[in-house]
Design a protein around this ligand. Structure first.
Ligand code: ADP
Ligand code: MG
Length: 878
């Protein structure tokens, strides 16, 4: 590039970059996309590109890094996955026709929250972009999935922000610039925060923008009321941002669905994680989660919807029953289920394909996939018509749309296997356009003619190896090897010299070339025209297609739930508006799948109002956590409309389900601080109501025994007396079993173990009463503690259980925490326990109790043991 052009070019660059400061600007220059200055530095670092520099013509060197235009998608994907925004600046006029600098424009900005490309999307989950607005105590969230066109307004309370966003799991969130309070609430989420000016969140302006976008007089036409305005402000900011990213517009954005408080149950982050609903505690993946057990969906939109249902359990009985009944219809009719499954087989991502079509991005192959998917609809309908129209199925059947005209227009216009790009093969089917058919005949004829020409020239020259070829630069040519050069006729004009051959043209060859190329060019143009016609015709039907997609998604999920229920022997829960929670033969839906069939021991649990708190004791590994989680999972499964893993279940609808796991049981989070545990517990005490289900697993464990028992005791009292919710508290502190004597609605249960000599057998069976011993030593033995240690521990335990010892051991350390809020009354023969509790346990015991046998290495175990043995000897031997 000459010096004269360099400056205006960089000026053009700067003008465009100024309008896209928060994105990495990919600037099209011929066959490359170039990045400059800081963008180049970032790109070279993140993408491993070579950073070079070019002379700016006038002044300093400009750092520069480029990627080939052909491979641009891959580079964009990598940047966006790292959380960057990338603005694609294209040449928007033909460089050959340009006067001066080629005109360039940003045609699209891709961000983590706003992506269309399949490599940036996960079929099984939505890719939401959210905008959050906090107004006093009120919260408004707008969420859009650009790839599917889903658009939601969620309204709630400020404190719900974590729960709402945790459910939507956006990749990017728009927040008011400088609003530190709401930004702070979002800090814990692993998302890209994009700051936008406060005025963009203005509700009045947003109302106008939304009404205009959806072509309605007022927002009432969209079902949006005055109370929803806080979310409307967020929606305004979102819409503005999306239009900025997509200068071509977002015509496929569906009319917003408004979610108001009370429609679904907010699930807080910890509950979602601890119950492993959609992500396992180990990895972030779906293996070992409720989702993995329930997901037998066959379409991507079904998979996404199932995930949404799991994360947003319902709280209205009628809505729950409508799902449960529909699931039941599929459970009861295996033939219809099989028919539906085979009909859905081959249905692709109708939702995203429609979205791409509406946005003018569907390739010929995409559009054909959409058409092929739609042709399955009659078969889907036939399966739906066979099954009893129970619950939700009724309305799905009533609103059925085969979209036959759309399907036909696609499948008759396109060839069966069109290419990704026009020109890479035939796209439009023969017979669709007469002009196109004619052109094709000419092109084909021309090609035949060239083949004839080759034969003819071979005969004329006597060169058997003569061949007619084609390349982009020289067009058609005749290639003759050097060995035959002396046979070349005079009318051959030399065009190119290769190592072993020469290439020639003849006037006749050029004439054919003209004809063929022209026809091919025209064919391509015409194909493009017809294809775009078809695509915009289908795009105009986006509303209908979104309806079809929603219907397919629901059917897929309902049948999937029916399929799991039938295979796994689930039962329809009886949901009610009263306080009930009564589970007979309950199983943990995930754990039971990890063992051979029927190996899992079912358990009964009931939490009536007058016995609404269970203190669950039992040794380590007995199955406390499993029972606790299975109660939560069964309640949530019922409320999402799934049948449940039990032989009978009565579930009173809970307004919230809370699950907390004590710090040391929560190693995976890598954040096993007592503080976290306490702040989580505190959140429950503040939020739970009498209609909540609270599941606490070893809360209080993250501190010393005294502290732990005292806190656990006080928390239980508060939940029992003040909140009145259903509570299950799993603990290895025996002391808590005494709560049953103090509080009327507390019952003790334990998970049974059987002693066989010195061995213990885990029965995994829940039974009334508190555990009388902790069996810690037996568990230690099972875990492989050396025999001398076990023997020594037994001896120490006997010593500790001797009355005279409690006092003796108390010497040295002072009490580790405040005494329990209420005096703990001794009952029956629990004197020793009380004695131990009253004194601080011996430091050696505390050390022993602190060891997580399963978590430490053998080497560490040896080291600790040696230390403890040395300490113990000092005491014992004097
Ligand atoms: P705890 O919380 O009491 O230490 P867990 O609930 O973690 O015990 O259970 C320990 C192990 O016991 C589980 O990993 C599981 O393999 C097994 N288990 C638990 N409950 C049952 C059951 N009802 N039937 C069969 N196995 C069970
Ligand atoms: Mg446990």
């Amino acid at each position: 590039m000459s010096r004269d052009q360099a400056t205006p070019l960089m000026q053009q660059y700067r003008d465009i970059k100024a309008r896209h400061q928060h994105a990495i600007l990919f600037f099209r220059m011929g066959d490359f996309f170039e990045t400059f200055y800081e963008d180049a530095e970032v790109a070279s670092r993140v993408l491993g590109l070579t950073l070079t520099s070019r002379n700016n013509g006038a002044a300093a060197e400009v750092p520069l890094a480029g990627v080939p235009a052909k491979a641009v998608n891959e580079y964009v994907r990598r940047l966006v996955q790292q959380g960057f925004r990338v603005a694609i600046c294209e040449q928007v006029e033909d460089p050959k026709l340009a006067k001066g600098i080629v005109k360039r424009e940003v045609i699209e900005t891709i961000t983590p929250g706003a992506a269309f490309s399949d490599d940036l999307l996960d079929g099984a989950r939505n890719n939401f972009l959210c905008a959050v607005r906090v107004d006093g105590a009120r919260l408004g969230v707008a969420a859009a999935d650009l790839s599917t066109g889903e658009f939601r307004l969620v309204r709630g309370l400020r404190g719900d922000a974590g729960a709402v966003l945790g459910r939507l799991t956006p990749r990017e969130v728009l927040v008011v610039a400088g609003d530190h309070a709401s930004q702070e609430t979002l800090r814990t989420l692993d998302v890209l925060l994009t700051e936008r000016d406060a005025w963009e969140f203005d509700a009045a302006m947003a109302s106008d923008a939304l009404a205009q976008h959806f072509r309605v007089q007022s927002l009432e036409g969209l079902g949006i009321g005055d109370d929803d305005m806080v979310a409307v402000g967020a929606a305004g900011a979102l819409l503005r941002y999306l239009r900025e990213l997509q200068p071509g517009g977002v015509p496929h954005l569906a009319r917003p669905v408004v979610e108001r408080p009370g429609g679904t149950m907010p699930l807080d982050d910890m509950t979602r994680r601890n119950l492993e609903l959609v992500e396992s505690l180990r990895g972030g993946d779906a293996a070992g989660t409720l989702l993995s057990v329930l997901d037998r969906t066959q379409t991507p939109m079904g998979a996404r919807l199932l995930r949404q249902w799991i994360l947003a359990p319902l709280v209205e009985r009628a809505a729950i029953d409508a799902r449960l009944d529909a699931v039941g219809a599929w459970v009861h009719d295996a033939t219809a289920r099989a028919a539906l499954r085979s009909a859905l087989d081959g249905v692709r991502d109708v939702e995203r394909l429609s979205g791409k079509t509406a946005a003018g991005r569907a390739t010929p192959r995409d559009l054909r996939a959409l058409g092929d998917s739609l042709t399955r609809l009659p078969a889907v309908h036939a399966a739906l018509a066979r099954v009893e129209a129970a619950g939700l199925l009724q309305s799905l059947r009533a609103g059925w749309d085969d979209a036959a005209t759309i399907a036909a227009s696609i499948t008759t216009t396109l060839v069966e296997r069109p290419p990704v790009a026009i020109g890479d093969g035939e796209t439009i089917a023969p017979g669709v356009d007469a002009a196109l058919d004619d052109l094709r005949a000419i092109a084909a004829g021309g090609k035949d003619a060239i083949a004839n020409l080759q034969a003819q020239e071979r005969a004329r020259t006597g060169i058997g190896s003569l061949k007619v070829g084609y390349n982009r630069v020289f067009g058609y040519y005749i290639e003759i090897s050097n060995a035959n050069r002396h046979l070349v006729p005079d009318d051959y004009q030399r065009r190119q010299t290769l190592t072993g051959a020469e290439r020639y043209v003849t006037p006749a060859l050029k004439e054919f070339e003209e004809k063929v190329l022209h026809a091919t060019e025209r064919t391509e143009a015409l194909e493009r025209e017809r294809f775009e016609q078809l695509r915009s015709g289908v795009a105009a039907e986006i509303g209908r297609l979104q309806g079809v997609s929603a219907t397919l998604a629901q059917l897929d999920v309902l049948a999937s739930l029916g399929d799991v229920a039938a295979r796994e022997g689930y039962v329809r829960p009886e949901v009610s508006d009263d306080f009930a929670l009564e589970i007979t033969g309950g199983r943990h839906p995930v754990v039971e799948r990890m063992m051979p069939r029927d190996q899992f021991i079912p358990n009964d649990v009931s939490l009536p109002a007058d016995a609404r708190m269970i203190i669950l004791t039992g040794p380590n590994m007995a199955g406390k956590s499993t029972i606790l989680r299975q109660i939560g999972l069964i309640a949530l499964m019922a409320q999402m409309g799934s049948w449940v893993s039990a032989s009978r279940a009565r579930v009173g609808i809970a307004d919230r389900v809370f699950t907390r796991v004590g710090a040391s049981d929560n190693l995976v989070r890598g954040q096993s601080t007592f503080m976290v545990e306490m702040s989580e517990t505190s959140a429950i005490l503040h939020t739970a109501t009498a209609r909540s289900l609270v599941l606490l697993d070893e809360i209080g464990r993250g501190t010393s025994t005294w502290d732990g028992v005292s806190i656990a005791w006080a928390v239980s009292e508060h939940l029992h007396d003040r909140v009145g919710c259903k509570t299950v508290f799993a603990t290895h502190y025996h002391e808590l079993t005494q709560l049953a004597d103090e509080l009327v609605a507390v019952r003790n249960y334990n998970v049974a173990v059987k002693e066989a000599g010195e061995e213990i057998l885990f029965l995994h069976r829940l039974q009334p009463g508190g555990a009388d011993r902790s069996y810690g030593i037996e568990v230690g033995r099972l875990a492989g503690l050396p025999a001398p240690v076990i023997a020594r521990a037994r001896a120490l335990l006997r010593l500790l259980e001797g009355e005279d010892l409690a006092g003796a051991l108390a010497g040295g350390t002072s009490g580790a925490g405040a005494p329990p809020a209420k005096p703990i009354r001794a009952k029956g023969n629990t004197n020793t326990q009380l004695g131990l509790f009253a004194a601080s346990p011996h430091p050696l015991l505390q050390q022993l109790a602190g060891i997580e046998v399963n978590e430490i290495t053998p080497l560490e175990a040896m080291a600790r043991l040696a230390g403890m043995v040395a300490d113990a000897r000092k005491i014992v031997e004097g």
